[in-house]
Design a protein around this ligand. Structure first.
Ligand code: PMP
Length: 414
């Protein structure tokens, strides 16, 4: 603990919730410098769907490094890049009958979002973008402009122009169809809303509190986009890569977005982001939207290995099965504490336990940390405990972690 405080006093680090210095990790476990063990239900906010140091991914990277292979290959085709693309097409796109072009957008999620917004504007020659309440798409200027949380948005950033926020599914209460509202304001000149180039949306809002859009809502949103000639961008950065059971989070709804952003777990733990676009949207000249670190070859190697886990449906089955275990545990917590007015929501291996009051979830998270569990909060006022364990977690660890949450809530209410 002393070392942690020393580090924090010397530099401004990205260390908020978990006061320890971590130095080893394996699967769904993290160990701090003193050998204390923590179960990881945070998993890099959905970056570690395959866990820490998955043996197959690590082995592939070691082999690659040992071979004097190319790490950086700006503007060059490399064997690692080709293998990634081939695997992505063969394992992910073709079996789903998806015809998309891949653009390498940079190391991190926001890079893919920036690319999607910029391309939509160029293709449609319109600047307005529709986005949603509680959405999170990143914190650089373009992605921040479509991120719906005033905590991140200072007036001085000038990110208000050319975006309009619309109510997400469920935002206006049970049974209110927010698509009808959007349709109305788009058709009505008095709303002052310019016809957008694109709509950007998460199927389940991760940072916003595990708010789940229904399949029907997504279908209606797609229809609205077609009717008004608006591009539909699905931001699958947090909920893609199998988090909901299927590789893409929108598969169950049957929609076909015009663009899809992917990052986080795509690189098997290494930084990488891509934009998938319908082929006819590939309208930039080569070099018109580029940057130096777009496609790290070691990340291609890790990603290729990770994608191979989707060659059969065993991971999908496991996610759905584990999801039921998590849901049941959360239902137990809700039933055990009627006075707290808790509620749960989620799908696959993404679940939120809503405490309905600011900062309560943060207190539970802090108690859980003391008991050896890492779990983050979400929502505009941090009122949701967000479950995002690795998809490959050992079932015993899953149950142990869920027990810690139960004990932490009990301890809190004592
Ligand atoms: N989109 C979504 C849905 C995200 O969850 C995030 C990150 N939490 C981002 C975009 C931004 O990604 P990054 O932090 O890697 O820039």
């Amino acid at each position: 603990m002393r070392i942690f405080e020393q580090v924090e006093s010397q530099v401004r680090g990205y260390v908020r919730s978990f006061p320890a210095i971590f130095d080893r990790a394996e699967g769904a476990l993290l160990f701090d410098e003193h050998g204390n063990r923590y179960i990881d239900f945070f998993a890099g906010a959905g970056t570690l769907n395959y866990g820490h140091n998955h043996p197959l991914i690590t082995e592939a990277m070691i082999e690659y490094l040992k071979g004097n292979s190319i790490i950086h290959g700006l503007d060059m085709a490399t064997s690692a890049k080709r293998d990634f693309l081939q695997t992505f097409v063969n394992t992910i796109l073709e079996p789903r009958n998806m015809e998309y072009k891949v653009q390498f957008t940079g190391p991190t999620g926001t890079n893919a979002v920036e690319t999607a917004i910029k391309l939509a504007r160029m293709v449609k020659q319109r600047s307005n973008i529709l986005t949603f309440t509680n959405g999170y798409h990143g914190l650089t200027m373009g992605s921040l402009s479509v991120t719906g949380n005033s905590f991140y948005r200072d007036e001085s950033y000038g990110v208000r122009a050319n975006t309009d926020f619309m109510p997400f599914d469920g935002y206006l209460g049970e049974g209110v169809n927010t698509i009808d509202y959007i349709r109305k304001v788009l058709s009505d000149a008095s709303s002052g809303i310019d016809l957008p180039a694109a709509v950007i949306v998460e199927t389940i809002q991760g940072e916003g509190g595990i708010n789940v859009a229904s399949a029907e809502w997504l279908q209606e949103l797609e229809k609205l986009c077609r009717d008004f000639d608006i591009l539909l961008i699905i931001d699958d950065i947090q909920m893609g890569n199998g988090r909901t059971g299927s590789f893409f989070s929108f598969e169950e709804s049957g929609i076909r977005p015009d663009m899809i952003t992917l990052s986080k777990s795509l690189g098997g733990g290494l930084p990488m982001s891509i934009l998938l676009m319908r082929p006819e949207l590939d309208q930039w000249q080569p070099g018109e939207h580029t940057g130096t670190f777009r496609g790290n070859n070691l990340a291609f190697v890790a990603a290729t290995q990770a994608l191979k886990m989707w060659e059969d449906d065993s991971l999908t089955k496991q996610v759905l099965q584990y999801g039921e275990v998590v849901k049941a545990a959360m239902e137990d917590i809700v039933a055990e504490h009627p006075d707290l007015n808790l509620s749960i929501r989620g799908r696959g291996m993404a679940w939120g336990l809503d405490f309905g009051a600011p900062d309560l979830a943060s207190k539970i998270s802090a108690i859980a940390f003391e008991k050896g569990l890492i779990i983050e909060t979400a929502g505009a006022d941090s009122s949701i405990l967000k479950f995002l364990a690795p998809l490959v977690i050992d079932p015993d660890l899953l149950n142990e972690g869920l027990e810690i949450i139960k004990e932490s809530v009990r301890e809190f209410t004592k």
